[in-house]
Design a protein. Sequence first.
Length: 101
Amino acid sequence: MTMVVSKQIFISGIVQGVFFRESARQIAAELKVTGYVRNLRDGRVEVVVAGDEASVQSLIKWLKIGPNLAKVSTIKVLEMENSSDFLSLQKKDGFDILPTK
């Protein structure tokens, strides 16, 4: 059985208005991970993801670069293993784009 991991990721730089969320959703779907992506009012993008370790790491690797028009300056990855959000993410199906928070 594959171990499921969950991460909360914050991406800074030129990451809004450059199709970051839609591109991340497409990559996440290809990797078969669950979670969501959304813009934050401070200009960052937040990604919450759950899946097998290799797929989650592949998504993080992509997030460090982003789509063509993005210029990622920093990325912060937090563990979510012990949170209640993590448990609900494991039951979730798909990867969504949520409204700005």
